[in-house]
Design a protein around this ligand. Structure first.
Ligand code: 13P
Ligand code: SF4
Length: 354
């Protein structure tokens, strides 16, 4: 839908008034009405790397979800203030691993006598507390665009990985990219005593996967892939690695949002694509590439937007920009120093991956 012209004008005017004082970052899953005001758009890796690109900007307005704003705060100077236009823009996957649960899991691994051989690898989609835990225990952060490199690095440091919180990214990367078998992976359920695993299972496993998932990508199914192949003969199925293993195994291509965009840019005219990722991005790509005669459809029409990404809408962005322009520092995201220091260690290990 077209954005309200009055709100568009207000956002433009507030941004102009702020000038170089504000730097607006937008994740690919954001609404069009918001993304049009982003100075930089990207996947979560690119946004983490670019957050510090404008050290003179007093405010970083993060159009994305809470864990991304926390990471931007950790990776930028103390005098830069990160603002999340709606504080309710969380991530259900990140919420699936709490600091208490992860500390308990580490006790279970210690009890089983394997903790010193385990390297934690945490997906960017996790709270600052989980990133700090990861940094403290010698691990790294990864995103969907560098998970393979992160796991290879981790297996040079130890012989087991605790992968948090997305079981699917962990499993897909271990099996597809590192050549492990499904039996090398076990699922740690934080709601069961000892994660629902025996000490023997923990000792035998190479990958200990946290039982978390994305509520959007987790809804694509093998039937979604079968149906689209039947409906559109010759279609290329391209999915995000947060999808279930069976979906990834049935797809033609797998990659992060940035990878998906590049694949479609390189695709020949006349090609057909079914994309399994968040709907705002798929709709934007379908519109963008229609003119080049590339047919792009959503992998499963029953799956909907990421509801928390969508919380950042134009009214919230206008409110945040106008407040900042009037000198009111609203919705600041600030990670406490001790957590930030350990989390930064883990994030910097990721940024230094070869
Ligand atoms: P990427 O930006 O790494 O592709 O991750 C997708 C996602 O789910 C972000 O919330
Ligand atoms: Fe979280 Fe999934 Fe939404 Fe990304 S798409 S913010 S992982 S719920």
């Amino acid at each position: 839908a077209a954005s309200d012209p009055d709100l568009v004008e207000r956002a433009r005017a507030a941004k102009e008034k702020l000038g170089d004082k504000v730097f607006v970052l937008g994740h690919h899953y954001q609404r069009d009405e918001v993304i049009q005001f982003a100075d930089v758009t990207g996947d979560s890796f690119k946004l983490a790397r670019d957050a510090a690109a404008r050290p003179d900007a007093e405010y970083i307005v993060f159009c994305g979800v809470h864990f991304m704003a926390e990471s931007a705060d950790i990776l930028t100077g103390d005098d830069q203030k990160v603002v999340l236009p709606d504080l309710a823009a969380g991530c259900s996957m990140a919420d699936m691993a709490t600091a208490e649960q992860v500390a308990e899991c580490w006790d279970v691994l210690t009890e089983a006598g394997i903790a010193e051989r385990v390297v934690p690898v945490s997906y960017m989609n996790s709270s600052a507390d989980i990133k700090a835990f990861t940094g403290k225990h010698g691990g790294t952060i990864c995103t969907s665009s560098n998970a393979e490199r992160a796991l290879n690095w981790a297996f040079e440091q130890g012989d087991k990985v605790l992968f948090l919180p997305d079981q699917h990214l962990g499993r897909n990367t271990a099996v597809r990219d590192l050549g492990m078998s499904l039996e090398d992976c076990v699922l740690y359920n934080p709601h069961k005593p000892n994660g629902g695993l025996t000490e023997q299972e923990l000792r035998d496993a190479k990958m200990i996967l946290w039982r978390g998932h994305c509520s959007v990508h987790g809804r694509f199914s093998l039937d979604s892939v079968r149906d689209v192949r039947e409906r559109i003969p010759g279609v290329n199925v391209l999915v995000h690695p947060e999808c279930k293993h069976e979906v990834v195994a049935a797809a033609d291509y797998v990659g992060s949002t940035e990878y998906i965009i590049k694949a479609l840019e390189a695709a020949p005219a006349g090609s057909k694509w079914a994309i399994g990722t968040e709907l705002n991005l798929v709709q934007r790509l379908a519109n963008r590439f229609a003119a080049e005669d590339k047919e792009i459809v959503f992998l499963d029409r029953t799956v909907c937007f990421c509801s928390t990404m969508n919380r950042i809408d134009l009214p919230h962005l206008v409110w945040a920009l106008e407040s900042l322009a009037e000198g009111n520092e609203v919705n600041r995201i600030q990670v406490d120093k001790e957590t930030a220091d350990f989390a930064q260690l883990a994030l910097e290990r990721m940024l230094a991956l070869p």
